[in-house]
Design a protein around this ligand. Structure first.
Ligand code: NAD
Ligand code: UDP
Length: 319
């Protein structure tokens, strides 16, 4: 039986990865310090005989007894609001956390994959973004703690690959959504749906002409699974190329939820990327992967999930 360590396991993506690897017959060792995660995302797995949970901060020495075949390092704050609140932890989990886990992978002879991000391209001057593009990041701006942590994470991962011959994979994830996002984590989809459910106006930052390309979580998990099993050590974009402006996205959410609220405009945060769309040719060629879930369908499933949460969760950790 394959033994797989997943960090960030109580978070949005980590919890879906735990489900997938359990389904694939792995023994899953889930690790999280719960800084932005939520045990409710994995409570259904706790009784499973092939699942164990370690409450641990991966910036501290990581010890896991027994064999390990795969390590998926997904621990990191991921929403701009989160990493603005905890910038040092964000840098540490990208830098020291990644270093600790690479060391563990080396000691165990495990294959290692890191969750990188489209944010390594910053506010991109190349559109759509290919893996060859080096990016346009402001290292000292408010988003720098996240973007540079992720760029460092890629660099140290490649160094372990080149210097130690470690088997490594790098997935550059573009905006992904689905059930188990935190309603108040500040990302645009839970923000808009939460506002609609609470009967508040939807807040568009800037004039709403900036674009994003949203990928449904099951498509992302499939892409990550295929990349992990491939033999390709360089970064691969995984995302859905269907691009939309934030203003159009707000209109879609208004239609989906049937809310009679309107949109209100707020200041655009500093360094907010103006456009983002993945070029997924590499994933198509190397992994025979492309997204299958249309935004219509993914949004409907996600809305049903949020709508059915107990009402008090609509107000959890809101300021
Ligand atoms: P999330 O906040 O829901 O999950 C992150 C998890 O990591 C949380 O459970 C948190 O408690 C845990 N964590 C943070 N620091 C830790 C530490 N020091 N030790 C142990 N656990 C720690 O975010 P997510 O959306 O699930 O993102 C997961 C990963 O994917 C992150 O690395 C993120 O950068 C990356 N990513 C996500 C997206 C996306 O659209 N969701 C896009 C690009 C990259
Ligand atoms: N955004 C918005 N209103 C909100 C939250 C976000 O208009 O209430 C915008 C944000 O400025 C950005 C886009 O939506 O242009 C996506 O933001 P998110 O935080 O989801 O992800 P990221 O900027 O990291 O892609």
């Amino acid at each position: 039986m394959k033994r797989t360590l997943i960090t960030g396991a109580a978070g949005f993506l980590g919890s879906h990865l735990c489900d997938r690897f359990i389904k694939e017959g792995h023994h899953v060792i889930a690790m999280d310090n719960l800084i932005t995660g939520d045990m409710r995302n994995i409570e259904h797995l706790m009784p499973h005989p092939n699942f164990e949970f370690y409450h641990h901060d991966v910036t501290k020495f990581v010890h896991v007894p027994g064999e390990l075949h795969y390590i998926l390092h997904f621990a990191s704050p991921a929403s701009p609001i989160d990493y603005l609140k905890i910038p040092i932890q964000t840098l540490k989990v990208g830098a020291m956390g990644t270093h600790n886990l690479l060391g563990l992978a080396r000691a165990k002879g495990a294959r290692f994959i890191i969750a990188s991000t489209s944010e390594v391209y910053g506010d991109p001057l190349v559109h759509p973004q290919t893996e060859e593009y080096w990016g346009h990041v402001n290292p000292i701006g408010p988003r720098g703690c996240y973007d540079e942590a992720k760029r460092y994470q890629e660099a140290i991962t490649m160094a372990y690959h080149r210097y130690h011959g470690l088997e490594t994979r790098i997935v550059r994830i573009f905006n992904t959504y689905g059930p188990r996002m935190r309603l108040n984590d500040g990302r645009v989809l839970p923000a808009f749906i939460g506002q609609a459910l609470r009967g508040e106006d939807l807040t568009i930052f800037g004039d709403g002409s900036q674009t994003r390309s949203f990928c449904y979580v099951s498509d992302l998990v499939e892409g990550i699974y295929r990349l992990l099993l491939s033999d390709y050590p360089y970064p691969v974009n995984i995302g859905n190329p269907s691009e939309i402006t934030i203003k159009e996205f707000a209109e879609e959410i208004i239609k989906l939820t049937g809310t009679d609220q309107k949109v209100v405009y707020k200041d655009l945060p500093q360094d907010d990327p103006k456009q983002r769309q993945p070029d997924i040719s590499k994933a198509q060629e190397l992994l025979d992967w492309e997204p299958k879930v249309l935004r219509d369908e993914g949004l409907r499933i996600t809305y049903d999930y949020f709508k059915n949460l107990p009402e008090e969760r609509l107000y959890e950790d809101s300021e």
